[in-house]
Design a protein around this ligand. Structure first.
Ligand SMILES: Nc1ncnc2c1ncn2[C@@H]1O[C@H](COP(=O)(O)OP(=O)(O)OP(=O)(O)O)[C@@H](O)[C@H]1O
Ligand SMILES: [Mg+2]
Length: 502
């Protein structure tokens, strides 16, 4: 007998205006396996998930669950067939309790026709315990839980729905180190229960650590499926981008110029304490540390997105006291925020409008806008950053997650600033596009700009930074220049955890 798959897709094609998001795609998922799914931004991963969960109905192709053909016209049908999904932007309603979230959209009633809360609490508790999170109080308001725990609530929801396949779309992208470990443990527990997992991630290390098999997509098509043990990082990358990438961190040496930014004893009670440092033109200064170490808070305080309690900031030697981010921007700062959807983009506007937003005054021609110039600059950005979009007129909300992020990066590159603060610049971006972002950084520093890069990706810090500052619990623990023997993964991690480096 042929091997039975828990879920199988055959010959699936899904089109959007101007884009074929999936073409003759197939994938076979075995019961109880952890199956990785990777591909460049815009390759079609999220589209595949949406077809599997009944959000999109494909033009062509078949879906089988445990050998039986299914046609999902809506998400409820997919859920009833045993397919659940934990989306990157969690579907948790923060104001509701854990139990209400776990049973959202499902009415479980007792013999009097009333909601059976006793049963629901019990089931929610059982599900959370099975995930190794039995300590989460099912009565608690979800908004009070950390992101990692909210994710557990979503997974618990999938378990109580008796999901056979749980799909996770970039589940680790907003988690801290510890939470990532917990999630991985949970995924393994699910596997032990015979539940299959489809795990989408841009982080190769994660895939190698967790997955049994992996499928690579490119331009909406199936490239390969393989036991992950048969693959190497390089062979995966090659399958993904269709070419070999010679150097993942193309750093070019530059010479340090004048002091661009100086920060003295910046303090914000409860967040950061006595943060002092200098950043120079022509350098990439990285901020490393664990999630919650105060790196983003430091940047927000400098940028006046948050008001510090004390401390001084100098731009090119002159003390400044920004009242709001607008003033910071006018003084030559640019801040690519970590929360790009919330703070970086107008989702209902076109790629082009978003790209020129931060610098619109440069495109005035008398009372009008210079559309020719705007088009040229936007086309250039789309090309350099390899933004996958049918045209520059496409509404940003229709782009894939990673491509939306590239638009934010493009927007700030056009801003003509002197000091660029990049908070997790390559999060959610595929390997090929990361290199393009690094090339853009190279260009900026060689033009004498100053880049401050907050990054939790140590390989990126080691690959691109001229100097690294390590923070922990709101304070600076170490400052390590590229030339130092301590400029390595071990010593940076040690400092991030509060250890002494000799
Ligand atoms: N609703 C939509 N309307 C129009 N085009 C869409 C829509 N959804 C996706 N697309 C397009 O389909 C292609 C595949 O997108 P998808 O979101 O599946 O990519 P992805 O592999 O998940 O990428 P990422 O790694 O960036 O999340 C992209 O070119 C995207 O612009
Ligand atoms: Mg996606």
């Amino acid at each position: 007998m042929a091997e039975q798959f828990v879920v199988e897709l055959k010959h699936v094609t899904k089109k959007f205006p101007g884009v074929v998001a999936m073409r003759d795609m197939h994938i076979q998922i075995k019961p109880g396996e952890i199956h990785g799914l990777i591909g460049e931004n815009g390759a079609g991963k999220s589209t595949l998930i949406k077809v599997l969960t009944g959000v999109y109905v494909p033009e062509e192709g078949e879906i089988y669950v445990e050998g039986r053909q299914q046609v999902f016209k809506n998400p409820v049908q997919a859920r009833e067939a045993g397919i659940a999904c934990v989306y990157q932007e969690l579907n948790i309603v923060k104001m509701l309790s854990v139990v209400d979230n776990v049973f959202m959209g499902r009415r479980i009633t007792n013999k009097f026709g009333l909601l059976d809360y006793a049963y629901m609490h019990e089931e929610a508790r059982k599900a959370l315990s099975a995930l190794g999170h039995g300590t989460i109080d099912t009565r608690m308001e979800c908004g009070k839980l950390g992101i990692g725990q909210q994710q557990m609530v979503e997974i618990a929801k999938a378990i109580t729905q008796n999901a056979k396949l749980i799909i996770m779309d970039e589940p680790t992208s907003s988690l801290g180190e510890q939470e990532v470990k917990q999630l991985m443990d949970t995924v393994r527990l699910l596997k032990d229960r015979g539940i299959a997992i489809l795990f989408v991630s841009h982080k190769l290390e994660e895939l190698f650590e967790l997955c049994d098999r992996v499928t690579v997509m490119r331009d909406g098509e199936h490239i390969l499926t393989s036991d992950i043990s048969q693959m190497t990082g390089d062979s995966l990358i090659e399958a993904m981008v269709g070419r070999t990438l010679e150097n993942q961190y193309p750093k070019i040496p530059t010479s340090r110029g004048e002091m661009a930014l100086k920060v003295e004893n910046l303090t914000q009670i409860g967040a950061i304490r006595d943060v002092s440092f200098e950043a120079y033109a022509g350098e990439i200064l990285a901020f490393a540390g664990l999630v919650g170490a105060g790196r983003t808070e430091t940047m927000r305080a400098i940028f006046a997105a948050e008001k510090p309690d004390s401390g001084k900031v100098y731009v090119k030697g002159k003390e400044v006291s920004f009242k709001n981010p607008g003033e910071a921007i006018r003084s030559g700062l640019a801040f690519l925020t970590e929360d790009r959807k919330g703070q970086g983009l107008v989702l209902s506007e076109s790629v082009k409008t978003n790209l020129i937003l931060s610098n619109i005054k440069n495109y005035r021609k008398g009372p009008l806008l210079n559309h020719q110039e705007i088009n040229k600059v936007s086309e250039d950005n789309v090309k350099t950053l390899r933004i996958k979009t049918p045209t520059i007129e496409e509404v940003v909300v229709l782009l894939s997650g990673g491509n939306q992020q590239k638009v934010v990066i493009g927007k700030w590159i056009n801003s003509d600033a002197d000091i660029y603060i990049f908070d997790e610049p390559t999060r959610g971006i595929d390997v090929g596009a990361k290199i393009e972002v690094y090339n853009v950084m190279n260009r900026l520093v060689s033009e004498g700009k100053c880049i401050i890069m907050v990054s939790s990706e140590l390989p990126e810090v080691l690959g691109m930074a001229d100097r690294v500052i390590v923070m922990r619990e709101g304070r600076i623990m170490a400052e390590i220049p590229r030339e130092s023997p301590h400029f390595n993964q071990n010593d940076i991690m040690k400092a991030a955890w509060g250890g002494e480096i000799a």
